[in-house]
Design a protein around this ligand. Structure first.
Ligand code: 4NP
Length: 154
């Protein structure tokens, strides 16, 4: 099973989701059965590690994002991954425009599937510390439910 998280820059939200899901899969004993990755719809930060503020906030909750490097999402990702999750509606629209007719991936807004009330993970890039905490809160909750879904699908 392969899961791809996508945001705009691939330096804040989707690297957080990648790190949180990988950590939770390890705790659940499923790390070897699920590949987790992230990418951005924009290419400005390709090759860069996650934003310092993102790394700091994640580290305080036990997630080490330092080895991650930003990559640009591509049409080929729709045949590499079974599940592709967009962090906000704008990311979802960009992905729908890129999605090949033949792609096997299921594409969805991450929180529509797992959170219920709030449907978008807000972009924290221009926010203060609180924005990064909210990103982590939303992603941690959604990843708990995603691990349960993945267990059922493996
Ligand atoms: P992300 O946040 O999409 O969560 O990685 C952003 C990172 C960079 C920019 C925008 C959003 N940017 O404009 O460079």
């Amino acid at each position: 099973m392969r899961v791809l998280f996508v945001c705009l820059g691939n330096i804040c939200r989707s690297p957080t989701a990648e790190g949180v899901l990988r950590h939770k899969l390890q705790l659940a004993g499923l790390a070897s059965q699920v590949d987790v990755a992230s990418a951005g719809t924009g290419n400005w930060h390709v090759g860069q590690p996650p934003d310092k503020r993102t790394q700091r906030a994640a580290k305080l909750r036990g997630y080490d994002l330092s080895a991650q490097r930003a990559q640009h999402v591509s049409a080929a990702d729709f045949s590499r991954y079974e599940l592709i999750f967009a962090m906000d509606n704008s990311n979802l629209r960009d992905l729908q425009a890129l999605q090949p007719v033949s792609g096997k991936a299921e594409l969805d807004l991450f929180l529509r599937r797992y959170e219920g009330v709030k449907h978008e993970v807000p972009d924290p890039y221009y926010d203060g510390e609180q924005g990064f905490e909210e990103v982590l809160d939303l992603i941690e909750r959604a990843c708990d439910l995603l691990v349960i879904e993945l267990k059922g699908r493996l």
